[in-house]
Design a protein around this ligand. Structure first.
Ligand code: NAD
Length: 473
């Protein structure tokens, strides 16, 4: 519980849920069942440190909902981990997966450590022991519960998890599907790194392609020509900036922890990263004006504002000064409930984190499917498609007597690789999710914002799936 919040994180998720549940007509008991965390596993195990001392490690795995199997959600390594936080994050995963039609229940794991204070060898021992504790209690497996990276963990930890799991389950042919976010050499999937930023782009692009929404906001249709501000140039922010720029938007400002750079003619994210790698800061990037306060970026005149760094950055204090027409919540929880109220008043459209940043879990789903099918995406059809395209193109050229240029030829001939199929699946997912949420919002004008409409969508889907299990009516 933070000093600003009168209630816990889990309670605040329940409150958002209750706000949306009023717009559904499900039995109160079913709504209670959806909100509840089904299983909470709290564990303690010893770690022998490099200096020979023994430390007790506190860790959790929460399975919020079993309405679909397996459960899915990241593992976080942080000093701040506690049961309430893991429960809240697991429930958010249930709703997120439901919204983007990924057939998993929500889960989340956490180990209460600051990974910077441990050697790589100690981190490996902690991760492997955590995995074997999960195996002992049947809390991990391709059909049970499938972790992924989160704050403080990455593909290295996922490789340790899959190795431990496989060694404890000899002969389990689907063992690689026990965790996602693995290195590509260990059964990971191509396209995971850019997935969240690309998903944000697809979601916002879909909103910008809706004539009624653009009319209400007083904006032209499409991404081309829109001005964009990005806060945070880490993994998510970098890829957001890249995809918006490549599709004709102008990224006029990028903010980092130590300030922001502004150039109305447009910034190039790759050049900015190269500059930061050399100078240790983005400030004074050639051709740009430096804004000393990173929060100034949030208040610039622009069409689209993408907070992609931290939580609670747009709140009751500064929401009134936000001039963007659209806010795309790439980060988790960048806007507070007080900010939502201001946006509703000012007619700002806030596209919610709950689904907008679901690119990571969507591509995790594709990785899991790849692991279960034991074949790389594109392997079977790539060559066939290329041969067929060559034949069609040859016929067209013979019939017309004209030849297409080399770039166009390469595009037409190309058969889909793994990364093409992953991007295409992500595009389909984000377009469908955006349309579903907008339809719910359009059909119920009393729903105050897109966030609540997204929750309503999640509740409808989870409740319906309980119905399909025969739990109600
Ligand atoms: P990251 O650590 O790669 O990047 C965060 C960036 O924000 C860093 O460059 C950091 O210097 C910068 N930053 C820190 N404080 C700032 C401030 N006050 N103003 C401006 N910039 C600041 O993290 P990430 O993976 O890009 O994640 C960013 C956000 O997106 C987080 O909220 C995360 O939970 C969320 N998210 C990430 C993913 C994913 O796949 N990586 C998926 C869903 C949600």
């Amino acid at each position: 519980m933070s000093s600003h919040q009168p209630y816990s994180f889990f309670k605040s998720v329940e409150k958002s849920f209750d706000k949306a549940a009023k717009f559904t007509s499900f039995d109160p008991g079913i709504l209670e069942q959806i909100k509840a965390c089904n299983s909470v596993y709290q564990m303690r195990f010893p770690l022998k440190r490099d200096d020979g001392s023994v430390e007790v490690i506190e860790a959790y795995r929460v399975q919020h909902s079993h309405h679909k199997a397996p459960c899915k959600g990241g593992i976080r390594f942080s000093d701040e981990v506690n049961q309430d936080e893991v429960m809240a994050l697991a429930s958010l995963m249930t709703y997120k997966c439901a919204i983007v039609n990924v057939p998993f229940g929500g889960g989340k794991g956490g180990i209460k450590i600051n990974p910077k204070k441990y050697s790589v060898y100690e981190l490996e021992k902690i991760t492997r022991r955590y995995t074997s504790e999960l195996v002992k209690k049947n809390f991990i497996g391709p059909g049970i519960d499938v972790p992924a990276p989160d704050y403080g963990t990455g593909s290295r930890e996922m490789a340790w998890i899959v190795d431990t799991y496989a060694s404890l389950k000899p002969g389990e042919i689907d063992a690689a599907g026990c965790v996602t976010g693995k290195p590509v050499t260990q059964g990971g999937v191509r396209g995971r790194t850019e997935a969240t930023g690309l998903g944000v782009f697809f979601g916002i692009r879909e909103v910008c392609n809706m004539p009624d929404v653009m009319k209400k906001l007083g904006l032209e249709m499409g991404i081309k020509g829109k001005t964009v501000v990005v806060q945070g140039i880490g993994n998510v922010g970098y890829h957001c900036a890249k995809f918006f720029r490549e599709n004709g938007a102008t990224v006029i400002c990028i903010a980092e922890h130590d300030g922001a750079v502004y150039n109305p003619a447009g910034l190039h994210e790759e050049e900015l990263i190269q500059f930061r790698n050399k100078n240790g800061t983005i400030l004074n990037f050639p051709g740009s004006t430096t804004l000393p306060k990173n929060s100034d970026a949030l208040e610039l005149e622009c069409d689209i504002l993408i907070p992609a760094a931290l939580e609670n950055v747009i709140n009751g204090d500064n929401a009134q000064r936000v001039k963007a027409k659209i806010i795309g919540e790439a980060a988790n929880g960048p806007c507070t409930p007080e900010a939502d109220e201001v946006f509703a008043q000012k007619g700002i459209l806030c596209v919610p984190d709950m689904y907008l940043n679901a690119g990571g879990v969507t591509v995790s789903y594709f990785e899991w499917l790849k692991n279960l099918s034991h074949v790389r995406y594109g392997r079977m059809e790539k060559r066939f498609t290329e041969n067929q395209n060559a034949r069609i193109l040859g016929q067209m050229e013979d019939l017309t007597g004209k030849k297409v240029d080399a770039d166009e030829r390469a595009y037409i001939m190309h058969g889909a690789d793994e990364v093409d199929l992953v991007h295409s699946g992500l595009e389909e997912t984000m377009i469908t999710a955006t349309r579903e949420i907008m339809e719910i919002w359009n059909n119920n004008p009393n729903i105050p914002d897109m966030r609540t409409a997204a929750y309503v969508n999640a509740i409808n889907k989870v409740a319906t799936s309980y119905g399909e299990l025969g739990i109600f009516p």
